[in-house]
Structures are given as structure tokens and as C-alpha cells.
Design a protein around this ligand. Structure first.
Ligand code: ZN
Length: 216
């Protein structure tokens, strides 16, 4: 293939990915990091204007993790998204920027679990948007955001430069007595769902490993 043809094939593949990402709500400032050099940003923006969501601005800086996770309830939202993301991306996170398709799949699942758990009823419109979720996924990979386990078994999230104490949001919300019924559901239900999936995956991994050993 000639260089021009390779460029054109590359651009077509990139444009395909852009349509998918913009329809899901990704910001062009993030999408551009994945584009080949042959793809001009003007073209990225043109695709964004056709397929992007009206609610997503092309402008504006990306939020920083400590702001996304500002309150304890924001921390609960972040822990939910990142637990799902880590499960989909694999516990050993792949090097390089997060795969936007994995972030989109995890975001979709996060919104579903959030609805099922009743978090949406007490936090209407306060879900973490896709681009902010991408920031969290990237920060988890870089280590500036951490997923931890508290002694009661909750998975919670902490961020570098976080203003509030670095303790489990589930436990501190419970201790402050601010828990209400739907939130209780959210705490229990979604963590159970994620832990079940993690358990299943660990069993599956162990099975695969032992199959590999038997093969030797
Ligand atoms: Zn806890």
C-alpha cells in the first residue's frame, strides 16, 4: 500500500472510532489523544459536531480527580465506576491511555447499577459523566487515584490532593447517620454484585492457570 493509502485507511478507522466515542459522550479533547498524526484536529471537531452530544462541550479543561470525588457521595459514585472499570480492563491495568471503548462499557454498566441500586433517586443528575470517568480511569492507571479496601470489605476510592480524609466513604457516611434507605441498598447491592463478579473471575483465572500447568 502507498503511504497515502495507509493514511487514508488510518483516518477512516479513526473516524469510525470517533463516531462511536462522541455518540457515547466523550469530549474531543480526550479523543484527539488517540488520533493518528494524519488526522487533523479540524476533522475531529467536524465529526464531533455531527455525532457529539449537545450536552458535551468541546471546550473546557478536564476536571481533576480530587474535584470529581469532592464529597463522600461523589466518592461512592467514583468507587462504583472504578470497580466496574477495573473488572472490565483487568486487575493489572494495561499500559498506555485507557481504551475509550472499555471506559464507555464501564460507564454504561455504572449507570445501570446506579439506577438499579437507587442511587439515582437520591443523586439525580449527579452521576459522573463519561469524560470525568475517563479522567478517573487514567488516574487509576497512573496511581494518582487508588482503589482500597476497608476493614469492613467496602471498595473505596482515594485521590492525591484530596481535601477530605482518606477513609472509606461507605463507613463514614454510615457513621455520620446520613444514610437513608435507598442508599443502604446502593451500598449493599452493588458491592455484592461487583464482588460476585470478582469472585467468579478469580475462579476462572485459577482454572485457566491450572489448565496451563497441566499442559506443561
Ligand atoms: Zn468501609
Amino acid at each position: 500500500m502507498t503511504a497515502a493509502k495507509t493514511d487514508e485507511a488510518e483516518i477512516l478507522a479513526a473516524a469510525d472510532a470517533l463516531r462511536r466515542w462522541f455518540a457515547a459522550g466523550l469530549k474531543p479533547t480526550i479523543a484527539r489523544a488517540y488520533m493518528p498524526e494524519s488526522m487533523p484536529y479540524k476533522r475531529v471537531l467536524r465529526i464531533y459536531r455531527i455525532y457529539g452530544r449537545k450536552s458535551v462541550s468541546a471546550q473546557g479543561q478536564l476536571p481533576v480527580p480530587a474535584n470529581i470525588l469532592e464529597s463522600r457521595l461523589d466518592g461512592v459514585e467514583g468507587a462504583l465506576f472504578l470497580s466496574v472499570y477495573r473488572r472490565l480492563a483487568g486487575p493489572a491495568l494495561p499500559p498506555g491511555l485507557p481504551n475509550p471503548d472499555t471506559v464507555i462499557a464501564a460507564h454504561r454498566r455504572y449507570i445501570e447499577i446506579r439506577l438499579a441500586a437507587g442511587l439515582d433517586r437520591i443523586r439525580e443528575g449527579k452521576e459522573i459523566d463519561l469524560s470525568a470517568c475517563w479522567v478517573l480511569a487514567n488516574a487509576l492507571r497512573c496511581g494518582t487515584v487508588q482503589l482500597r479496601k476497608c476493614r469492613r470489605g467496602h471498595t473505596y476510592v482515594t485521590a492525591d490532593m484530596q481535601a477530605r480524609p482518606l477513609c472509606c466513604d461507605f463507613c463514614s457516611i454510615r457513621e455520620s447517620g446520613r444514610l437513608n434507605a435507598p442508599f443502604n441498598d446502593a451500598d449493599g447491592e452493588y458491592m455484592r454484585e461487583i464482588e460476585e463478579a470478582e469472585k467468579k473471575e478469580a475462579i476462572e483465572r485459577a482454572r485457566r492457570n491450572s489448565a496451563l500447568c497441566d499442559g506443561n
